[in-house]
Design a protein around this ligand. Structure first.
Ligand SMILES: [Zn+2]
Length: 383
């Protein structure tokens, strides 16, 4: 399953992904019809007058090195995944894929509490060394006086049931969300959340926190939008009254500053993939904050030199993640971007962005930190 079909599947399954849910769901029949349209578009003679951006599939013509990386150079801990595998056989398959590509352990961000969490925990219990289950928050009664006690109680119960962390908790500007449970208008820095964040610290449970979404989704949908191909599909520019990207990063910082004994992992480079310098400053000011690099490969691979310099400077605070399903090709693309110095390659079907990508060529030392050591340290600190 490539990223595009994975995203369609995820939306059909009602799963939250690194990107916001589509404004409308695509039915399998529509998806098939789209594929038919793709094929007929490919057959037509292309003219700049008739070729649509969505059909554009350039292929690199350069005779330059192409690096095939079947397995990551060092053992990997994946800090951002979800319970994609539903059956025992699918879970076995996933473990085989992980073995082949070099993923030692995967954090399953279940976003669930109660019986739903317990069920996922049971399903994955066969592989305690390979998967960790992270739970969600119970936001029931968030708008009633006394919120906090119940959420803390359920957190403690989930911990007892096997949860080792919390995530993925979202706030794309409307308020907090944990799976289907929403708390509109309550952002992470809301005093109502104080007891909950503090309890996470006390229990040694790090939180995988997703704030905002990529910058292109907030910008005008016109011919100047650099990420139009994905931006339009997941647009936020048409949602008045939400907290914007910058405001959400401020909220993230206020939250981490107020809860220094709690460890936060900002998902997807805190959506500052377009402004890594700012992310660097945020990381420097907040020692209890990490950033996962999941689902932001295509967004950083167009700027390989700047991105590599950022990795070098903040190598101790970045952790590997995927958030893109369980397929071997998916893992391998991430390794190619991190490890190789390949230039100008396309992965449109994996990421939907139509930009050409470039490898960062990270050094062994940095790869070891990002793939494994930072996560291992963060996880070991919980005991
Ligand atoms: Zn995710």
């Amino acid at each position: 399953m490539n990223r595009r079909s994975f995203l369609q599947w995820a939306n059909l399954a009602g799963l939250a992904t690194g990107l916001p849910a589509r404004a409308f769901a695509i039915t399998p029949r529509e998806a098939e019809a789209n594929q038919g349209a793709d094929a007929s578009a490919a057959k037509k003679t292309a003219s700049p007058e008739t070729l649509l951006l969505k059909d554009y599939r350039p292929k690199s013509i350069y005779k330059i090195p192409v690096t095939e990386i079947a397995k990551a150079k060092f053992p990997v801990i994946d800090m951002h995944s979800h319970p994609y595998a539903k059956t025992a056989a699918e879970i076995d398959d996933w473990v085989r894929n992980m073995d082949e590509v070099g993923i030692e352990k995967t954090m399953i961000l279940t976003m669930s509490t109660g019986a739903a969490f317990d069920e996922i925990q049971r399903k994955y219990a066969k592989y305690p060394e390979r998967f960790e289950m992270w739970c969600g928050f119970d936001f029931t009664g968030y708008d009633k006086p006394g919120f906090g006690t119940g959420a803390v109680k359920e957190l403690e119960r989930c911990k007892q049931a096997g949860a080792r962390g919390v995530g993925e908790i979202h706030d794309k500007g409307q308020g907090l969300r944990s799976g289907k449970l929403k708390a509109p208008g309550m952002h992470p820095d809301d005093p109502r959340m104080d007891a909950v964040w503090d309890k996470c610290g006390e229990l040694g449970m790090p939180i995988s926190l997703h704030v905002a979404d990529p910058i292109w989704m907030y910008q005008k949908m016109d011919r100047y939008n650099d990420g139009l191909m994905n931006a339009y599909e997941w647009r936020l520019d048409n949602q008045p009254g939400i907290v914007g990207l910058s405001g959400m990063v401020d909220i993230l910082e206020r939250t981490t500053a107020r809860h220094r004994n709690t460890t936060f992992i900002a998902c997807h480079l805190a959506n500052l993939d377009y402004d890594l310098a700012r992310l660097g400053e945020v990381l420097e000011r907040n020692p209890n904050l990490y950033a996962d690099i999941s689902a932001r490969y295509a967004e950083t691979a167009p700027i390989p030199r700047f991105a590599a310099a950022f990795y070098e400077k903040h190598a101790d605070r970045l952790v590997y993640g995927t958030d893109m399903g369980t397929d071997k090709p998916m893992y391998r693309v991430t390794f190619r971007i991190l490890e190789s110095l390949d230039e100008h390659f396309y992965e449109i079907d994996q990421f939907s962005y139509h930009w050409s990508l470039n490898g960062f060529g990270l050094s062994d030392g940095i790869l070891k930190q990002v793939y494994h050591d930072n996560a291992a340290k963060l996880l070991a600190a919980r005991a």
